[in-house]
Design a protein around this ligand. Structure first.
Ligand code: HEC
Length: 219
């Protein structure tokens, strides 16, 4: 009798525990590192501009972890800060070159990754690389403000490989970062794949016309 009671109480506790554990509770200290932007130790994390207009790195590394997860205060920790695009060395990102060759394997990886991680917001490309339903049109379940990547009004043609890689890895003004979901190679594979989309190729801007009508500057 006594042991049956104990058993019942034990079972109830177990069921109760399981129920509670399936509830996602977002307490202030439950910050998922996976949702943060990826900042690596060897990279500059935040820049400022000095009086001479030179970029100066003001945070070369994130503070060392105080325990397992770096928190600024034990009772009111600051969530992981995202780096605002104007605090990044955009020129360096822009100049980054894709380290991969667009082999069939790389393109296939890129397509899989794109369909998994990008299509939910940006749309599914058809077999000609055309994404129907582009742009900021409100879609059920789709984030507002999504820009068209490909097609006539797509932004890809105005973005270098490095810029696309940065947006995937760091997120942008609204777009969340996807670094947590994939490796560097997978991100660069998406960049290659995105170039196969309709109007996805980068078109460098026309050089600024010079004042001297294109003649060589006098010595
Ligand atoms: C949760 C929705 C969402 C997902 C998923 C998403 N994006 Fe975006 N993306 C946006 C929004 C919103 C914008 C426009 C606002 C901004 O730039 O933050 C955007 C903008 C962009 C831009 C243009 C940024 C610029 O330079 O102006 C690129 C490139 C881009 N996304 C690529 C991708 C790729 C590649 C993936 C897949 C890894 C992806 N996006 C996944 C929402 C998303």
């Amino acid at each position: 009798m006594h042991s049956a009671k104990l058993l019942k109480a034990g079972a109830a506790t177990l069921v109760g525990g399981l129920l509670v554990s399936t509830v996602a509770v977002a307490l202030p200290w439950d910050i998922d590192m996976a949702d943060s932007q990826a900042v690596r130790g060897y990279e500059c994390w935040e820049y400022t501009v000095d009086e001479e207009g030179k970029r100066v790195c003001i945070r070369a590394m994130q503070p060392l972890p105080d325990g397992v997860v770096s928190q600024e205060h034990p009772f009111s920790p600051t969530p992981f800060k995202t780096v605002a695009p104007d605090k990044m060395d955009i020129a360096a990102w822009t100049a980054m070159k894709n380290p991969l060759e667009p082999t069939p394997e790389v393109l296939a990886t890129g397509e899989t990754m794109f369909r998994t991680y990008c299509a939910p917001c940006h749309g599914v490309p058809d077999d000609k690389g055309v994404i129907a339903n582009l742009g900021t049109v409100a879609q059920p379940g789709r984030m507002a403000g999504v820009v068209a990547l490909a097609g006539e009004t797509g932004v890809l043609s105005a973005r270098t490989d490095g810029q696309v890689y940065r947006v995937i890895r760091m997120g942008n003004a609204i777009m969340p970062p996807y670094n947590w979901a994939m490796s560097d190679d997978e991100m660069w594979s998406i960049v290659h794949y995105s170039r196969t989309l309709d109007n996805g190729q980068y078109i460098p801007p026309e050089p600024e016309p010079t004042d001297n009508g294109g003649e060589e500057a006098p010595e």
